[in-house]
Design a protein around this ligand. Structure first.
Ligand code: CAA
Length: 390
């Protein structure tokens, strides 16, 4: 029985900063961002958005299409959780009016937890083949103003339905994975911005890739030539390209820029203009590939590398299913990305410096442009969410 991705929907904030604007404010050449790290825009969440509203907005099209009725497992993967105790997915479960017979839990391991959730969901479906699992990867990537990581911020969420006989991608059983206790990127509970040892993090990302690939290759008997495309975790698009170069070099395969573009470029398009979405980044890449590849990808095998600092890496793969194009939300994604509003530098800094109140007071938040759900206020230490749709 094939198990894998039955539906995939992506959502990002309505607001973004062009990295030209940031480059000017930081007295850096725009090309450092546009070319050097390969990023053009970064998504900035409005003050009335958080990982719950981003996640619920990503899953909303699935709910509208009646795709959530058989879901009995809701896994919410995030680095930027909003409560030390309650799973963010339970708010989403409520907003989406999902059936009460459902297990809900939040998972954390930096940018890797989305892939852990997918693998756990596959196990659940193997045991309950008529049921489905909803995986939501939702994050806001934040680094300090003026820090090297600042240009790699972003936000977004991906809602992924896992089922038997999936309509989009069957996930292969083989997987290579690697855990190692390192401090390349972390965020203590008292901080709202990540701490990162930037250059070191790029080295650990690659080390975990090589280790994961080695296992995957041994287990599956496949070589790099068996893949038609690759999707990498994308903290910034240049990282994915560098990682693939390293993987090829390690396997003694020469690859020029044109070949690299053919294997990776479609998967990098959305991330280049939304930024890092941490747990969702690789799945934003997969959505970008599925939505924007002109070539029909049916029956093609895609290599997937997920990485979360701290660290865990996993290399796995999937095969695109016949008719997959009929089940994408490509038009909605395009409309969303084409109709965003650009922020000035000052607006960006004001939003960045705005913090969700922590004094236990009563608050009603002003309404910005959001998706179908918004974070409307706080009362008695409880977050309140509002649905803007029927
Ligand atoms: N034109 C073209 N290119 C230029 C340029 C110009 N004018 N100026 C600089 N560049 C190039 C540089 O040569 C460099 O390219 P190479 O890497 O090929 O040498 C590139 O732009 C970046 O320049 P720097 O190395 O000087 O950049 P930096 O040190 O200021 O920042 C970074 C880079 C350390 C990765 C920083 O963005 C960072 O800390 N990012 C956050 C951490 C991160 O994303 N790590 C990735 C792995 S960890 C992970 O994946 C988990 C996660 O999601 C966080």
């Amino acid at each position: 029985m094939n198990i894998g991705i039955d539906k995939i929907s992506f959502y990002t904030s309505h607001y973004y900063v062009d990295l030209k604007t940031l480059a000017e404010a930081r007295s850096v050449e725009t090309d450092k961002y546009y070319i050097g790290i390969g990023q053009e825009k970064m998504g900035i969440p409005a003050p009335d958005e958080d990982v719950v509203t981003l996640g619920a907005s990503a899953a909303y099209p699935l709910m509208k299409d009646g795709e959530l009725d058989d879901v009995e497992l809701l896994l919410f993967a995030t680095e930027s959780g909003i409560d030390q105790s309650k799973a963010a997915g339970i708010y989403v479960h409520g907003l989406l009016e999902m059936p009460s017979r459902c297990r809900s839990v939040e998972l954390k391991q930096a940018c890797y937890s989305g892939t852990a959730a997918i693998q756990l969901a596959i196990g659940f479906v193997a045991r309950n083949p008529t049921k489905k699992a909803l995986v939501i990867c939702s994050d806001v990537a934040r680094y300090e103003l003026g820090s090297p990581g600042e240009a790699t911020q972003g936000c977004g969420s991906v809602a992924i339905l896992i089922s038997a006989n999936p309509r989009i991608m069957a996930i292969d059983p083989e997987s290579g994975y690697h855990t190692e206790d390192v401090m390349d990127f972390w965020r203590p509970n008292y901080r709202s911005e990540a701490l990162v040892d930037g250059k070191y993090s790029t080295m650990v990302y690659i080390h975990a890739l090589l280790e994961s690939w080695k296992q995957y290759a041994e287990l599956s008997g496949r070589s790099l030539a068996d893949f038609n495309r690759f999707c990498y975790h994308i903290p910034f698009t240049k990282m994915a390209e560098k990682a693939h170069q390293k993987l090829c070099r390690k396997n003694k395969i020469a690859i020029d820029q044109e070949q690299m573009q053919a294997l990776l470029e479609e998967s990098l398009r959305y991330s280049r203009i939304t930024g890092n979405c941490y747990s969702g980044s690789m799945y934003v890449g997969l959505t970008s590939l599925l939505d924007t590849a002109e070539e029909d990808l049916t029956d093609q095998r895609i290599g997937l590398y997920s990485y979360g600092s701290g660290c865990v890496g996993e290399f796995f793969s999937g095969v695109i299913q016949p008719g997959y194009r009929d089940h994408l939300y490509a038009d909605q994604h395009r409309n969303m990305l084409e109709n965003r509003s650009e922020l000035t530098y000052q607006q960006y800094e004001d939003i960045f410096n705005y913090g969700v109140p922590t004094d236990g007071g009563e608050y009603v938040f002003p309404q910005y442009k959001t998706g179908p759900y918004r974070f409307s206020g706080i009362s008695q230490h409880k977050r309140e969410y509002e649905s803007l749709v029927d």
